[in-house]
Structures are given as C-alpha cells and as structure tokens.
Design a protein around this ligand. Sequence first.
Ligand code: HEC
Length: 313
Amino acid sequence: MFKKIIFTILSAILTSSVFAQTEVVADQSGSVETLLYVVIGLVILISVLVLLVAIYTLFVVRTILLQEQVKAETEGAEIVPEVSIWKKLSKSLTGATPIEKEADILLDHNYDGIRELDNHLPPWWKWLFYLSMVWSVIYLLAYHVFDVLPSSDQEYNNEIMRAEAALEARRATMTDLFDETNVEVTTDATALENGASIFTRQCAVCHQADGGGNVGPNLTDEYWIHGGDIKDLFTVIKYGVPEKGMISWESQLGPGDMRDVASYILTLQGTTPANPKAPEGELYVPPVATEDSTTVEEAIPEVITEEESTTAE
Ligand code: HEC
C-alpha cells in the first residue's frame, strides 16, 4: 500500500517537472525555472514522505500503548479513558482551552454580562502567518534582489519575444505569397544556393550544369525565347512549354523554389559555358538599357521569325 502511494506521488512529480521543462524551452530563465520546479517537487515529495512516516509511527505508538493498556488492565490498574487522535490533533491545531478550564483564562472585565476569554491565537493560524513571513523573504530575494525569477514584466517581454521569433519563422516559410505577376529577383545567398541545387538536380539534364544548353536552350546568353525578365522565366518554369519539351514544374516546385531557381538562372548571365548552344529567341535587354534598339533588331537571329510564327499560331 505504502509503496503504491509513494510510487504514484513520485511519478506525478516527475511528470509535472517534465512538463515544466518542455514549457520553458528557448528561454534564458528556463533552466532556473526548471530547477525551481524540481526543487519544489522534491520538497513536496519529502514533506509527503515525512507525513507518511509520522502517521505510521503514530500507529505503531498507538498499538504499543494499547498493548500496555491491556497489560495494565489484566494487572488490575485503573483505566484512564483514551483521548482520540482526532481530538488531540484538533487540540494541537486550535490550541483551544478545554471548557472545564475556561475559568482560568476568563478576563476580569465584565461588559453588561459579556465576559472575554484570553485564548491564544490558534496554532494553525500562527503557522500560516510565520510561513507567509518566510515566503515573503524568499519572494523578495528571488524576484527583487537576485532576479532569478522573471517579474510579470519580464514574463510578458519573454512571451512577446517568443511570439515574434515564431512569427519570423513563419514568415520565412510563407513563400506562397507570390506568383508570375509579382515575383522579384532574389539576391539572398541561401535562396540562390537553393536555386543552384534545384538547377543541378532537375534542370541540368536539358540545360547543362553550367546552363550552356542541350535539349533546352542556352540560359547564359542574352537571347530568350520567352523573355529574359524574372517574371518571364517564372512563367516558363511554372507552366512549361510542353510541346517543346520543357515541362511544367508547378506540381514539383513551390513558388519559393521556382523564384530561387529563376533568380539563379539570371546569375548565369554573361558566364561562358563549356559547350554553349547557339542563341535562340530574341535578345532581351533589361528595361534600363533600351536606347540601343537598332543593335537589338540587327542581332535578332533567323530562328526568331520561325519562333514568332509558332507563338502566333
Ligand atoms: C526535359 C528537358 C528539360 C528539363 C528537365 C528542363 N527544361 Fe527548361 N527548357 C527545355 C526546352 C526544350 C526549352 C525550350 C522551350 C521552347 O522552345 O519554348 C526550355 C526552356 C526553358 C526556359 C526558357 C528559356 C528561354 O529561352 O526563354 C527556362 C527559363 C527554363 N527552361 C528553365 C528550366 C528550369 C528552371 C528547369 C528545371 C527546374 C528546366 N528548365 C528543366 C527543356 C527542359
């Protein structure tokens, strides 16, 4: 029975401290809080054990006393009526003077027949009072002197910080917010790295690892079949040109991945691949440098007329 009780209490305390631990992760004051929970848990555990031992001892003492009494009875001694444990307990808690002794503590004053007893304060009340004094010292030291525990203010700030970090993390994953109408070139290093790895994995078969072109066109030159703007690239990658062998990647790559790989392709502009495929499509000049229109027309290769007629169909 005892073992069962102790085991239950022990497991309850252990699980509660585990919960406390998981709750306060990623917080500076977390380890201190966890320690506090463990200490409180241990104190509760020890108090309960002490209580159990005390009750057990009481039972043992009672049994011995009963045996003594039986012995005394057989020897013909006078039997003193036994006071029950509950009466003793209530007496030690309330400290009340028994009614038959009240005369001893009656005060002299007599207010129209109303008399006053000079009772002590009940011990249970006094102990509560002493405990609250001890607690106030612990509280003062913990919260205001050594700052080992967070004040309400700090707790609030900690929570705000945690929430902001979570929001930041969520924002970073919310790349679904753009499509071909509003996509922008990214220069973020990790995004370009992601784009590069997607390119070597999924696109290099047809475009070559260096973008020089194979089944697919050369992506390092300034000539584009479908336009050289990030939005054009995004559109081609997203919807593909199935009849020409460029599949739609919408189902395999998220908007973030498609933006990353398109941005990566644009970084290949002006590089010299090992086996460049002949330019296909139109010379794409970024909007900032459009004055040189004559060279654009001259530079248009023959393929373009054929290309234009196919797209016009
Ligand atoms: C199975 C071969 C194949 C694979 C794999 C492939 N492409 Fe293509 N890609 C092509 C072909 C063929 C074209 C030319 C389409 C056309 O003529 O309209 C093309 C065109 C393009 C264009 C437009 C080029 C221009 O001149 O306008 C881009 C951008 C592009 N691909 C990006 C990618 C990306 C990014 C991947 C990987 C996610 C990829 N491609 C994977 C075959 C492929």
